[in-house]
Structures are given as structure tokens and as C-alpha cells.
Design a protein around this ligand. Structure first.
Ligand code: ADP
Length: 249
């Protein structure tokens, strides 16, 4: 559709409006599904949710261990085969991986095999569990969404809101919502996550290495978390954009 839509865009007939987050349901300060709700000023409480998550997934418990998470349909679109290739590197750096998802039989099997191969470091739950998705996004440090394409995406928006830094591919809605931790964005106070362009495991690995560099600087990490949590992708913003568009029409 892209070619067709682009011509409409050139004619000034195409408008894009981002998804909205329902913050009655997704808000770390009022999330009854979290054992310890937290806000930008009380980010220290996020550690309790991380501990709970590590325990519930059978992982070694430690605040200093970076926890990467996936909450996703397990399909080719979502680029999770790249994550599977990067698992050894993640673990070499001392990280953990938590996966919640359901979908393609191959991907399910491969993630379960990774959990069996790396007990205590990789935890996998196959299925669709709304409540558990809140606990993962509340407890993890990084939420990975390396999609091949993504019209908008909600998962990275939840990650931002919960100070769980999104690691995304620079495509579609991710390009509109996640500001990479480049030196420029860090200096300008804009950085909210990590993004990479090429759809291959080398590019993902380089992004993962940049996660570890930031992780080794806890003050800077916290600063980026606060930046991410300050972003407003609520329905208030989306609804205003719809209203403005309808009025213009
Ligand atoms: P898509 O619509 O392409 O699946 P989005 O990121 O736009 O991707 O929305 C997916 C939503 O479904 C997110 O809210 C995500 O948290 C949720 N989700 C996906 N898989 C699961 C799962 N297994 N359990 C709970 N929630 C899930």
C-alpha cells in the first residue's frame, strides 16, 4: 500500500495519528496489577516489581542484572528470530530474557528451547496473559520490539510509560515514538530508548551493546527512564489530533 498512500500524501490527503495509551489501565503509578506501583519520582520501587518478575519466571534474583523482555505475538513480523540469534550475546553480558507470547509454532518451540538451555537466565511463558504482561513491563528494564514493520505499536508506548526502555527497529510507528540514545539525543535530553535500522542480527547486537553501555551508567539510565516516562502518548493527545482533523475536514 505504501506507494499508493504516498501519492495521497503528496496530494495532502493523508493524515497519520498515533495510537493512544489508555492510562486508566496502563499507568505505573495506579496499576493494581503491579505489586509495587511507582512513578517518575519513585522509580526506586520498580526494583520490587523486577524482583517479583525474576522470582515468578524462575530467574536468578538481582537488581543489577539487566532484564530484557518480550511481550508479543510470535510472528515473523515481530523480528523475534533476530532476538533468538542474539540470546547468547545477551547472556554473555550477564543479562536475562523474559518472553511472554504466542503464535508461530517454530518460534514458540525455539524460545522454549532457549529457556531449557539457559535455566535461570531465560524465562518463557507461552500464552496470552494480560495481567502478566503488566508485571513484565513493570518489572523489566528493556522491552524489545525489533519488528520488520510496525504501523504504530503499543508495546513500546507501554515501555516508555513504565520506564522500561524500548529497544526497537527504526520503522513505522517506532520511528515516530522512540528517540534513540544517540550522543546527540542524550545531550539534548531527548533520548527515550534504543533503535537500530538494518533488519539483521548484527545491527540488533550493536544496539544491545549500547544498552549495556548505558546500563553501566545508572544515573544516566535513570535520567533516560524519566525522559521516557514524561512522554505523553495518551488518548488525550490522539483524541485532540482526531478532533482537529475532523474539524479541518
Ligand atoms: P500488534 O497489534 O501488531 O500485535 P501492538 O504492539 O500494536 O502489536 O499491540 C499488541 C498488544 O498486545 C500489546 O498491548 C501487547 O502488550 C499485547 N500482547 C501481545 N502478546 C501478548 C501476550 N501473549 N500476552 C499479553 N499481551 C500481549
Amino acid at each position: 500500500m505504501e506507494g499508493l498512500l504516498r501519492t495521497r500524501e503528496e496530494e495532502g490527503r493523508l493524515s497519520g495519528i498515533l495510537n493512544g495509551v489508555d492510562d486508566a489501565i496502563w499507568s505505573p503509578a495506579h496499576d493494581a496489577l503491579l505489586s509495587h506501583p511507582y512513578a517518575r519520582e519513585t522509580l526506586v520501587n520498580k526494583a520490587h516489581n523486577k524482583r517479583q518478575l525474576q522470582i515468578s519466571m524462575g530467574l536468578s534474583v538481582g537488581e543489577k542484572i539487566p532484564v530484557f523482555a518480550i511481550v508479543s505475538r510470535l510472528t515473523h513480523q515481530k523480528g523475534l528470530d533476530l532476538v533468538l540469534e542474539a540470546v547468547p550475546e545477551l547472556l554473555e553480558h550477564g543479562a536475562q530474557l523474559v518472553v511472554l507470547g504466542a503464535g508461530d509454532a517454530d518460534l514458540q518451540e525455539w524460545f522454549l528451547a532457549a529457556a531449557a538451555e539457559y535455566p535461570g537466565q531465560v524465562g518463557v511463558l507461552i500464552g496470552y496473559h494480560e495481567a502478566f504482561s503488566h508485571r513484565i513491563i513493570g518489572g523489566a528494564d528493556v522491552i524489545m520490539v525489533p519488528s520488520r514493520f510496525e504501523p504504530c505499536g503499543l508495546t513500546q508506548l507501554y515501555g516508555l510509560k513504565y520506564g522500561t526502555l524500548p529497544l526497537v527497529r527504526h520503522t513505522g510507528g517506532f520511528a515516530d515514538t522512540v528517540a534513540d540514545c544517540s550522543l546527540e539525543n542524550l545531550a539534548d535530553g531527548l533520548a527515550t530508548g534504543f533503535s537500530f535500522s538494518d533488519c539483521n542480527v548484527g545491527a540488533l547486537s550493536r544496539a544491545i551493546r549500547r544498552v549495556f553501555v548505558l546500563w553501566s551508567r545508572p544515573t544516566l539510565w535513570r535520567y533516560v527512564q524519566r525522559q521516557a516516562m514524561a512522554m505523553d502518548f495518551s488518548w488525550r493527545v490522539a483524541a485532540q489530533a482526531y478532533r482537529a482533523l475532523y474539524q479541518r475536514l
